[in-house]
Design a protein around this ligand. Structure first.
Ligand SMILES: Nc1ncnc2c1ncn2[C@@H]1O[C@H](COP(=O)(O)OP(=O)(O)OP(=O)(O)O)[C@@H](O)[C@H]1O
Ligand SMILES: [Mg+2]
Length: 254
């Protein structure tokens, strides 16, 4: 069991306060969806969870299994079982998908005091992961993120997720240009990996993806705070009514 607990989180970036007292708990065995209008702070939250240096936590805390990780380095968080798929992945020329995955895997093993994975074992693991998340084999020899379509970036993300077997995964799916196949890739991947050992936080604007991956909990972020929580029915409500009524509720409560 893993639990990521965020308590009263305030985050600033470049002198701007973006998160303003955010509370959220993500547990293994559950898929949490985070929705909210553009600019409400969703990606900021993801970055703060992973310890991105451009985002300063000015108040509150982030706990993983009760341990305070608010000030932990990003690689330490990764070692503790946090996984993050970036909204804008970078291309690394000359490095293939396989090579990259092997490097990442070995870095994790080294941290854990294990020997590097043998080429044979690695091949087997990658092939199993590829089958699991239905990624075509030829994908392994592509150069990392170079000329990747939106859907291919998603495949990469899911492949990494399958190989790293994290305990809590944060997926920022804000890319507006994703087609239904890319959404399906993410959905298929998450559905095949979801289970008692993994907790997932999917950040998305897409109700469509939440029809493919049924979330256990839905959280609505508005102006730096979680203002609404519920089950899948909340997704339908937002689909019908948009965010206007949320704004009205927040303003009425202020
Ligand atoms: N490094 C930064 N410096 C200054 N402002 C920032 C920085 N990063 C984000 N912001 C601002 O913080 C607000 C929240 O941004 P964020 O990217 O978290 O929103 P989001 O909810 O992910 O939006 P979207 O749905 O468009 O992805 C925005 O107004 C953004 O311009
Ligand atoms: Mg975003």
């Amino acid at each position: 069991m893993a639990q990521l607990e965020i308590r009263n989180l305030y985050v600033t970036a470049g002198d701007r306060e973006i998160l303003k007292g955010l509370d959220l708990t993500v547990e293994s065995g559950r898929v949490h969806a985070m929705m909210g209008p553009n600019g409400s702070g969703k990606s900021t939250l993801a970055n703060a969870i992973m310890g991105h240096p451009n985002f300063d936590v000015t108040e509150g805390e982030i706990l993983l299994d009760g341990q305070d990780i608010t000030e932990a380095e990003p690689d330490e968080r990764a070692r503790m079982g946090l996984f993050m798929a970036f909204q804008y992945p970078v291309a690394i020329p000359g490095v293939t998908v396989t090579k990259y995955l092997r490097t990442v895997l070995n870095a994790h093993r080294e941290e854990a005091g294990e020997d590097p994975v043998s080429l044979k074992d690695f091949r087997k693991q990658v092939e199993e992961a590829m089958d699991l998340v239905e990624v075509p084999r030829e994908f392994a020899s592509r150069y990392l993120n170079e000329g990747f379509s939106g859907g291919e970036k998603k495949r990469m993300e899911i492949l990494q997720l399958a190989l790293q077997t994290p305990r809590i995964a944060v997926l920022d799916e804000t890319d507006s240009g994703l087609d239904i196949d890319a959404l399906r890739t993410v959905a298929k991947g998450v559905n095949s990996l979801r289970g008692p050992e993994l907790g997932v936080l999917i950040i998305t604007h897409y109700r469509r993806i939440l029809h493919l991956v049924e979330p256990d909990a839905v959280h609505v972020l508005y102006d730096g705070r979680i203002v609404k929580e519920g089950g899948p029915e909340l997704v339908e409500l937002l689909e019908e009514r948009g965010y206007g009524w949320i704004r009205e509720e927040v303003e009425a409560a202020a």
